[in-house]
Design a protein around this ligand. Structure first.
Ligand SMILES: C[S@@+](CC[C@H](N)C(=O)[O-])C[C@H]1O[C@@H](n2cnc3c(N)ncnc32)[C@H](O)[C@@H]1O
Length: 497
């Protein structure tokens, strides 16, 4: 914990509350009904009953690791095709095209890393989980904060306006969202921007989305058009290679562009936001054995063709590359997400070169957790190896790993992570709730209150979800809004780089 000067705290807080009270809170713009039914699961919760099954599986492969390690050091492919390796097997899954593809791949080339498995399952261009359908809400598999309450996206929007006013007033800025889902967060932010004359003509929106189906939903949301009116070309995968692969004016005016990867987004002054994006990126899993750390791989069980976890018999390229920092860890399971690290590095380099800001929110920890890889289907935990492509895969974000990815040469400061409850409360979500309640119908009143509770209560999403911000190295004591507690005394963890 570091303390900053009262002057810096006052400036940051005063600006945020000024922005909020002057325009934001006085306009009663109400989005449609939130989906806050208690039976919708947010992926930030786990240890539901089904989770015990997954922990039991982990225990099984722990017990068997000695057996794998007795095997001689062949290539991974030969090693793991060997039928004398036994470990936890999942139930035989219904055959599906992605399962067939994975089985073929593994039988030909040997077990694959959990990272390769996650990438195939989530974003395989033909049958990846995210690629072809809406996965959110009551009819989907899980619910996210922007879908729970309009207040969440509004707070993001106000944060952007506040920081833009403080540092880049009057300059054109790109709002870049990574993994926008249904486009709800972008839409709520655009609505906030539309109420601030100073910024509304200064922004363009850039969405980084790999899923053709979700891109189309985002287009419908931000343009206000029916999804059937969104040009089919939008989902043409050949088009996805173009940069950007689509552009449309939003219903609020600013132009929205879609890209497949952050690398395609033009450089320039930008604000990078992401919510529940980093947790969907592929992780490598490692397990500590009496012979040292071993990478967890996904193999086909020769007995019944189902998928199973096995441990690599010796070092793998990923264990050599990524495990250095955890050799002395007390943990027995470690998950590392190099893709998230690369994204954070790219954001830092861009901010260092062109200016800008970033707000990243996800469920996660600061290095203390290990076995968080899990799957969700129909609002319940699901075996991640059964029926690949029909359930979401996710792992908690290790924010300490992300902070270590930031280089001293990037010229940026990293703030947080702090809990969602603290961030939202520091940003004045309580005030926003009160304002919305004044004009709410009975139904909408209970939606707003239950949404607020779900987002902020420690037992629900308030503690497990964290916010981290990246800014250029500015005035030494500057702390961005939301990262300053309202008692004006304590600031969140702050790391200068
Ligand atoms: C869990 S959803 C979160 C959606 C949204 N941010 C929300 O909070 O409701 C993950 C999003 O990231 C997208 N995504 C996953 N992997 C991606 C990748 N490698 N590149 C770009 N988008 C990706 C998915 O298609 C989806 O839109």
């Amino acid at each position: 914990m570091r303390r900053t000067t009262p002057v810096a705290i006052t400036t940051a807080c005063r600006t945020a509350s000024l922005v909020c009270s002057k325009t934001f809170h006085k306009d009663y713009v109400v989005r449609g009904r939130a989906e806050t039914d208690a039976n919708l699961i947010c992926r930030g919760f786990h240890l539901q009953p089904q989770c015990r099954q997954i922990h039991a599986c982990t225990y099984k492969y722990e017990r068997f690791h000695a057996k794998y390690n007795k095997c001689s050091q062949h290539t991974l492919g030969r090693m793991f095709s060997s039928s004398n390796i036994h470990c936890y097997s999942t139930k035989p899954a219904d055959v599906n095209p992605l399962l067939k593809h994975l089985q073929r791949r593994i039988k030909m080339a040997g077990p694959i890393t959990v990272a390769d498995y996650m990438k195939e399952v989530l974003t395989n261009s033909v049958s990846g989980y995210y690629m072809n359908r809406d996965v959110f809400g009551a009819a989907g598999d899980f619910i996210t904060s922007p879908e729970i309450s309009q207040m969440f996206g509004e707070v993001f929007g106000v944060w952007v306006v506040n920081e833009w006013l403080n540092h880049y007033d009057n300059q054109q800025i790109q709002i870049v969202e990574l993994g926008p889902g249904r486009g709800t967060l972008a839409d709520d932010m655009l609505r906030v921007f539309s109420q601030f004359p100073a910024i509304k003509d200064k922004i363009s929106v850039h969405l980084v989305e790999v899923s053709p189906a979700l891109s189309r939903m985002q287009a419908a949301k931000v343009t206000g058009r029916d999804i059937s009116d969104i040009d089919d070309k939008f989902v043409d995968t050949a088009e996805l290679r173009a940069e950007p692969y689509q552009q449309l004016p939003s219903k609020y005016g600013p132009l929205v562009s879609w890209y497949r990867s952050l690398a395609d987004v033009p450089h320039g002054l930008s604000c990078y936001v992401a919510h529940e994006f980093l947790d969907a990126l592929p992780i490598h899993k490692f397990h500590k054995t009496e012979h040292g750390w071993r990478e967890v791989l996904v193999d086909v069980d020769a007995a019944n063709d189902s998928l199973r976890f096995v441990l690599a018999p010796g070092p793998t390229p990923a264990s050599v590359a990524y495990l250095k920092s955890v050799q002395s860890s007390e943990k027995t399971n470690v998950e590392i997400c190099p893709s998230a690290g690369l994204i954070v590095q790219e954001i830092c380099q861009r901010i260092g070169q062109h200016g800008g800001l970033s707000l990243l929110a996800d469920y996660g920890h600061t290095g203390e957790k290990g076995g968080t890889f899990r799957a969700f289907k129909n609002h319940a935990l699901h075996d991640p190896l059964v029926d690949p492509g029909t359930a979401d895969l996710t792992a908690d974000v290790d924010f300490s790993y992300l902070k270590n990815m930031v280089s001293d040469n990037d010229g940026v400061s990293v703030f947080g992570p702090i809990t969602q409850a603290r961030f939202l409360s520091n940003m004045g979500i309580g005030l926003r709730l009160q304002t919305l309640l004044q004009n709410a119908s009975q139904d909408h009143w209970s939606d707003l209150v239950s949404g607020y509770k779900m987002l902020t209560s420690p037992e629900q999403m308030g503690e497990r979800f964290k916010f981290m911000s990246i800014l250029p190295k500015l005035r030494d004591a500057y702390v961005p809004a939301g990262f300053v507690d309202l008692d004006f005394n304590v600031v969140s963890d702050r790391q200068s780089k």
